[in-house]
Design a protein around this ligand. Structure first.
Ligand SMILES: *[C@@H]1O[C@H](CO)[C@@H](O)[C@H](O)[C@H]1NC(C)=O
Ligand SMILES: [Ca+2]
Length: 337
């Protein structure tokens, strides 16, 4: 009896803690905050080069009613799709549903998809179909290993790069010298839907993936000290080489994150920011981040508050249970005597 009670109070505390952590980490999928002008969704009405269109495409891109195929499973193709409305949100989260599939056997397919938030749009080039160098943020879903020395990581490999317009993407090294972080993920020829989310808020860049049909996000990249301006364009591109794949985008949904900024931050001109990264480390190692970028996020504040609340609740529950148990024991003792 006693053991059971103590156990259940601990379980309760752990449960509460879980609930708290989950609610802090929730991805803002709130429909109210969906920004239609920056989102690409079935059946892709109005996608094209008309003046009223909010998305334009280039190259091998084929728009059907259920997907946007950036490249077919054929050699030497390049395609892209771009939001034509610049984004002036300071804090945002992009959810991308994608599908990479083809007839190539393991390691005989390529090259992958890149997701963009850049100053320029519709400039074809050698970085997964986009220009080199680019100015802004790229998330690469690299399905082909070019660097045969980099056997310490498995492919497909997802990575992020922030460029001020001066650094070339090193295909031969799969972008390793300029990457900010990354993870391996089985994203190809999956039967179920595959998703990737990019969150940029308060100088923190987070990339999460949901590719194992578990309906939950797995963290892939999380770094602080990232500076990106407003007024850039979202896009996606893909390329094939000697090896190929179908590279499909099913949807890109942009959500505005409700985050408060200091009056100073509000008053500065965010469109003048130069893309840069002050720390080439994961924020987990950045507890002493001098910019305070990471610690001052409201998310972290909330997390601390809720953790404290949970701890307090846990203590109270343990205390009450302890008191009850103690009292019962006293009564039993009384009866024994
Ligand atoms: C651009 O970035 C590179 C590499 O991070 C850096 O060496 C260079 O100084 C930067 N240039 C400008 C103009 O900020
Ligand atoms: Ca590659």
């Amino acid at each position: 009896m006693t053991t059971f009670r103590v156990f259940s109070s601990t379980t309760l505390a752990v449960l509460l803690l879980d609930v708290c952590l989950v609610c802090c980490d929730i991805t803002d999928g709130n429909a109210e905050h969906l920004k239609r002008e920056h989102s690409l969704m079935k059946p892709y009405q109005g996608v094209g080069s008309s003046p009223s269109s909010q998305w334009d495409f280039w190259g091998s891109t084929l728009v059907t009613s259920s997907y946007v195929r950036l490249t077919p499973d054929e050699r030497s193709k390049q395609g892209s799709i771009w939001n034509t409305v610049p984004c002036y949100l300071k804090d945002w989260e992009m959810h991308v549903q994608f599908k990479v599939h083809g007839s190539g056997k393991k390691n005989l397919h390529g090259d992958g998809i890149a997701l963009w938030y850049t100053k320029e749009k519709l400039h074809p080039g050698s970085v997964f179909g986009n220009q080199d160098p680019f100015l802004g943020l790229a998330i690469f879903l690299d399905t082909f290993r070019n660097d045969l020395h980099g056997m310490d990581r498995s492919f497909p490999y997802i990575s992020a790069m922030v460029n001020n317009g001066t650094v070339s993407y090193d295909h031969g090294k799969d972008g390793r010298s300029s990457e900010l972080g990354g993870c391996s993920a089985e994203i190809r020829n999956r039967e179920h839907d595959t998703y990737l989310a990019v969150r940029y808020s308060k100088g923190r860049l987070t990339v999460m993936i949901d590719v194992d049909d578990k309906n939950e996000w797995r963290e892939c990249i999380d770094i602080g000290g990232v500076r990106l301006p407003t007024g850039y364009y979202f896009g996606a591109s893909a390329a094939t080489g000697d090896l190929s794949d179908n590279h499909d985008i099913v949807s890109m949904k942009l959500y505005q994150l409700m985050v408060e900024h200091t009056p100073e931050e509000e008053n500065m001109d965010w469109s003048k920011i130069e893309p840069s990264v002050s720390l080439l480390k994961s924020p987990k190692d950045n507890i002493d981040d001098p910019t305070g970028n990471f610690r001052s996020t409201p998310l972290t504040g909330w997390k601390v508050f809720l953790l404290l609340l949970c701890a307090l609740l846990g203590i109270v529950v343990c205390g009450v249970v302890g008191a009850v148990v103690f009292q019962k024991r006293q009564e039993r003792n009384k009866r024994f005597y």
